[in-house]
Design a protein around this ligand. Sequence first.
Ligand code: C5P
Length: 232
Amino acid sequence: MNRPIIALDFGTMAEVQQFLDKFEEPLFVKVGMELYLQNGPNIIREIRAMGHDIFLDLKLHDIPNTVGRAMEGLGRLDVQMTNVHAQGGTPMMKRAAESFKDHNPDGTLIAVTQLTSTSEEMMQSEQKSSLTLDESVIHYAQLAKDAGLDGVVSSPLESALIHEACGTGFLTVTPGIRLTEDSTDDQSRVVTPSKAHHLGSDYIVVGRPVTQADDPVARYAQIKEQWESGEE
Ligand code: C5P
């Protein structure tokens, strides 16, 4: 069972350090744009030196050559997982996969299909699409698979649909996780770690329920236990 991925949505290395110092075991953490763009690649080297694995969530989206060159750099940076926008197109995704894996053959490259901030109505009017949101997510997941990517970021509620269309080996990395007692914050469709287990998610991504907890270590253990056992 893959460890829960903890979203380090902090602005500074000092905050990251203070948080990670509480843990005695190596974690799988997510570094997003907020942290990376304010601190640069050194933040990755520092977190790796502390023994943690990293999902670098930069959602790259540009022409194939530019994304390919950027992915060479990320491959060398020794991150275990990173991502691109599937809407950047098949040539971009193919180039990203080749470049990343040339430098990091064991690394995992996933795609974002539709952002969760995109509603079906917005997608249909702005992208001039006649598909439903689910159909569009599946369409982009299939393109990502055909381009050689390993999986997609999705809602746990979409995991089964994605596995049905793309096979069970195609990974679903799913945020929007809350324990029953948690506030939902700004997430609208949330599920518990145990529900995500039963829905077939391959990885769960958890931020505030752990980072803002009074006792992050205990809360992480509770989430990990539910995720692994599938029991509430
Ligand atoms: O704090 P919370 O558990 O809501 O954090 C979830 C993390 O997953 C955040 O870093 C957020 O940006 C990210 N994410 C998300 N929904 C997506 C993609 C990424 O919540 N569709």
